[in-house]
Design a protein around this ligand. Structure first.
Ligand code: PMP
Length: 390
């Protein structure tokens, strides 16, 4: 069920970030119930002021083990984890160099910390190297933080992280990777892009969220350094000045993490991958090449925002919910559907989604092409005069 402009629509959900369906898994739900019974509903304080509960402490430990990063700081959202880690660690004279498509939480964290923020073209490690070289040629004293993601969720593409980490070390820079969309959903035992690229425990800083694969909301930063952890706990504003994760959230994420790491987790990821490949294949049969690599995110390019808006309306009316992504999330003429697959989708549902979305894009394009061309702004007054309107 989805509501748009006060109208309820019922149909297939291809817009959910509950990638493995863990938010409704019976064991996850039961863990949530137990936490409510045992601890109540409230964290009742920030983590620094009595808000930490036993499930939150157990979650810190379990995540540390999963990521092979011994020190973890929890936040109440993924947004505040990225924002808090960057704005807490970076001082005004430091530099932040970001992949140009980094998430807003990371961009705003950088903007809050320093004016020395640069963006390099998406996934371009060469450009990153040049930028770091340029910064180090004039500043060898201050810190440089390099920011990227484990899986970019508008494009479903992945940086070459090992190369990036070694470029960072060459120039005495620190690498931060936001694993919001890949942790739990991809990689051996759900270790995400870091696990796939053999980098568990090897990058400097990892931030992420529980709001995709882990059945709840909340976020974290992980590090190998106890001093960095302590610094972020105190200087990472949203950790110290915002109430802690609820015990309910922590217990749900902890149980989700147990499943993510289990055989069942492997099976759920395999099913999601099968669905992702099938969806991409079904779009290709209809002449649409989806962007990026297989993941739970399947970006379907549309381009023209007018076609995209109209197609989005048709898609919803025909019983499929898939998010339209427009400016400012992507460039103006790069509108796209961000179709999200879950492990629980059936092959029939996947086929239907591809049929409805590709049909709507085609129909919207044809309808707009058939409309009489509208006069440009420059021509409009003259044309209106001819029609006796002025
Ligand atoms: N980082 C990335 C890369 C994201 O895509 C998102 C949310 N879509 C966040 C952080 C924020 O996570 P949350 O919704 O848990 O605040």
């Amino acid at each position: 069920m989805r509501c748009e402009r006060g109208i309820s629509y019922q149909g297939l959900n291809f817009g959910s970030q509950d990638y493995l369906g863990l938010s409704t898994h019976p064991e996850v739900v039961a863990a949530g119930h137990r936490a409510i019974e045992q601890y109540g509903l409230h964290s009742a304080g920030s983590a620094m002021f009595g808000g930490n509960t036993p499930p939150a402490l157990m979650l810190e430990k379990a995540l540390a083990e999963h990521l092979q990063m011994p020190h973890v700081v929890l936040f109440s959202t993924g947004w505040s984890a990225g924002f808090g880690a960057i704005s807490g660690l970076v001082r005004p004279d430091d530099h932040v160099v970001m992949d140009a498509l980094s998430h807003q939480s990371l961009q705003q964290g950088a903007a809050a910390a320093t004016q020395n923020v640069s963006r390099v073209p998406h996934l371009n490690n060469r450009a990153m190297r040049r930028k770091l070289q340029e910064i180090r040629a004039r500043d060898t004293r201050n810190g440089v933080l390099v920011v990227t993601e484990g899986l970019f969720s508008m494009d479903s593409d992945v940086p070459r992280l090992e190369e990036l980490q070694s470029i960072c070390h060459e120039f005495n820079a620190t690498l931060l990777v936001d694993v919001a969309h890949d942790l739990g959903a991809l990689g051996p035992r759900g270790t995400g892009s870091l696990g796939v690229q053999g980098l568990l425990g090897k990058v400097d800083l990892v931030v992420g969220t529980f709001s995709k694969t882990f059945g709840s909301t909340g976020g974290f930063m992980a590090t190998r350094s106890p001093a960095v952890r302590q610094f972020v706990r105190i200087m990472g504003g949203p950790h110290i000045f915002s109430n802690a994760l609820l015990p309910l959230q922590a217990a749900v994420v902890l149980e989700s993490l147990r499943i993510v790491r289990s055989e069942e987790g492997e099976a759920l990821r395999a099913k999601a991958r099968e669905n992702s490949l099938a969806l991409r294949g079904a779009f290709l049969e209809r002449g649409i090449q989806c962007l990026g690599e297989p993941s739970n995110v399947v970006p379907v390019p549309v381009g023209d925002p007018k076609v995209a808006r109209l197609a989005s309306k048709l898609v919803l009316e025909r019983g499929v919910s898939a998010n339209l992504v427009e400016y400012p999330a992507v460039r103006v003429r790069d509108s796209r559907f961000r179709v999200l697959v879950m492990s629980s989708h059936t092959p029939e549902q996947v086929r239907r989604a591809a049929e409805v979305i590709s049909g709507a894009i085609e129909e919207a394009g044809q309808w707009l092409k058939a409309q009489p061309a509208r006069p440009s702004r420059a021509e409009a007054p003259a044309q209106a005069r001819l029609q006796g309107e002025l």
